[in-house]
Design a protein around this ligand. Structure first.
Ligand code: TRP
Length: 376
């Protein structure tokens, strides 16, 4: 790959590469920006806006306005999100889940969570079904550790639960042509058949609530924007099948600790996994890419650049809730008062404090994981 190809923006459900231009994604995907008006409307129901909205981590949507209008008129909605279990969970994955939990609390609503062990099997040459099922279980522990309510949270493990999904998947598949799927996902002649059919499975939880309860309500999907192609094809056929179009609220990718791209399990050195030991976390953060200068003297004189700093981004999106303290950190960085080592040490402490608690809850989740499995 040439440097130019490496830097070029690519955002698909299977690959995120280069510098991501979110404004451009809104235009190219045809989604709507989250406006202040809409955020105000949302906060009528949630109270103070969640940190991830305040700081613009969630930045785009489809039909959130419609879902809220309907809600105000008495039609509830359900939440839907998911995970492709191809490895251990890193803290980037937790970001939309934390936000989803906030919505579940505020709107007192169900969450359907799809664990796509089948998708990861068909898409990944290396992984066996046994491995994706095992990661499905491991990843569910991370989800549960965040404190979702067992009575309202339904995890679907695709391979185990295919009997529940298959009729709706067929209804969906029948109405999407190969040419649409090809244009949406970029399928090639050598794409395997499992992969080509697979998007019909990701559509199912948008609609499953009606089958389970008889109630027809829209699904609202909080997820990173790379999943949007799935929702485009699902939205196209929803009404033909008698359902609401699923609505979305899209977030950015939490960057890895290296340069560019998102945090990715395939780059373990720049990803902080939820099961990492404190020493490992320290080391990864110590090696992180920052906006610092080559020498201490230069940094003192010219200051550093938080805009490109991965360490700073973690404070923004997850680990510094206090706006004033964050502004202070930014100021001290730009003016060259603080050196990168100091920020790294502080971040590692915060991350390790968070992970100690998360790992304890994750252990606990082993006892209750079955309670979250979707019932027939
Ligand atoms: N395809 C997603 C992935 O690979 C998993 C997934 C399934 C998902 N359903 C979802 C993600 C709904 C977000 C929302 O990670």
């Amino acid at each position: 790959m040439t440097d130019e190809e490496r830097n070029e923006m690519v955002v698909t459900p299977w690959e995120v590469r280069g510098k991501v231009d979110y404004e451009r994604l809104i235009r190219e995907f045809g989604t709507q920006p989250l406006t202040d008006d809409l955020l105000r409307k949302l906060s009528k129901h949630t109270g103070k806006l969640h940190l991830q909205l305040q700081r613009g981590l969630f930045f785009s949507h489809r039909d959130l306005d419609i879902v809220l209008d309907q809600y105000e008129k008495g039609t509830k909605f359900v939440l839907y999100t998911g995970r492709g279990p191809s490895g251990p969970v890193h803290i980037g994955h937790l970001v939309p889940w934390i936000f989803t939990k906030h919505l579940q609390e505020k709107f007192d609503t169900r969450l359907y969570f799809q664990m796509t062990d089948d998708e990861k099997f068909v898409v990944d040459d290396e992984l066996s079904l046994k491995e994706t099922a095992r990661y499905g279980y491991e990843n569910a522990l991370d989800l549960i550790a965040l404190g979702f309510e067992p009575e309202k949270t339904f995890i679907i493990y695709d391979v185990r639960d295919i009997d529940l999904l298959y009729d709706i998947a067929l209804e969906v598949a029948k109405r999407i042509t190969y040419s649409t799927a090809k244009a949406t996902f970029g399928f090639q002649d050598d794409t395997n058949l499992g992969w080509i059919f697979w998007p019909s499975i990701q559509a199912v939880p948008c609609f499953i609530h009606k089958k389970l309860t008889g109630e027809n309500v829209p699904a609202l999907i909080p997820a990173a924007i790379d999943q949007d192609p799935y929702w485009r094809i699902t939205r196209d056929i929803a009404q033909k099948l008698g359902y609401y179009k699923p609505a979305q609220i899209h977030c950015r990718f939490l960057p890895g600790l290296g340069i560019g791209g998102k945090m990715s399990a395939s780059e373990p050195e720049t990803s902080i996994f939820t099961i990492d030991k404190p020493e490992v976390v320290k080391k990864k953060i110590w090696n992180a890419f920052t906006g610092g200068r080559p020498s201490k003297a230069e940094q003192k004189k010219m200051g550093a650049d938080p805009d490109i700093c991965t360490v700073y981004q973690y404070f923004v999106y997850l680990f510094e809730e206090d706006d004033q303290k964050l502004a202070e950190r930014e100021k001290r960085c730009r003016s060259g008062e603080v050196m990168c080592g100091e920020c790294k040490i502080e971040l590692a402490e915060r991350v390790n404090r968070f992970l100690a608690e998360h790992q304890r809850k994750r252990e606990n989740a082993k006892k209750i994981v079955e309670k979250f499995h979707i019932k027939r």
